[in-house]
Ligand binder design. Sequence first.
Ligand code: ATP
Length: 233
Amino acid sequence: MLEVTNLRAGYGAINVLWDVSLTVGQGQLTTIIGPNGAGKTTLLRAIMGLIPIGQGQVTLEGKVLNGMPTWEISKVSMAMIPEGRMIFRAMSIEENLIVGAFAPQHRARVKDNLERAYTMFPRLRERRRQLAGSLSGGEAQMLAMARGLMSEPKLLIIDEPSLGLAPVVVNELFEILARLKAEGRTIILVEQNTERAVGVADHVYLMQGGKVILSQKASEVALDHLHDLYFAR
Ligand code: ATP
């Protein structure tokens, strides 16, 4: 569904990504793992048009995305749930969700999509009138994911959802990721929680120093080998 080919991108004169290629299959959960500074978030930003592409190509279902502004990329149906969640703390949970359905074609289906979000995340239903600022870290992450789904994206990109969450909440989060996958959604998951990410994924990419140094089916990944590669410099 998404093809990234020989991508180079960075910030101004500083290049961060070096010939990165990856393929995300329809209905698959693809995880991108790697240490701090490996370039994972930079790759997501380049895919979403948030930074310019220096070289290479990004296509979604054959359509070239290079040079498209982010709002147009969102319209061709990708949603990114950024690291840090970026919810509107002074708005209610329901208002946050409605903001997720910003495009005219989604507004007509707000009611159905709200219902779907509340079925997937029952705690958000209970608290729908509360201010988003009152949510715990785990609940805020659920809200950010539910808001991303309000635009019915073909591809959902989630950046480090487990960051800063307590272990029990991380368990809940990975259960939700498994459910989204079981629904047939196409997902890119960036994570530092390697073992959990590999456990839920179909395909694994390991990045280091702005390059993909391993691409493997999740079922074939040997965690020990991954660990060695992860920490090798
Ligand atoms: P993390 O897990 O820490 O988010 P990451 O793999 O997502 O790591 P990136 O955030 O993509 O890594 O960072 C890759 C490199 O790009 C790092 O060397 C970082 O310092 C640099 N970088 C990130 N953002 C910027 C920016 N806005 N301007 C300049 N350099 C940046």
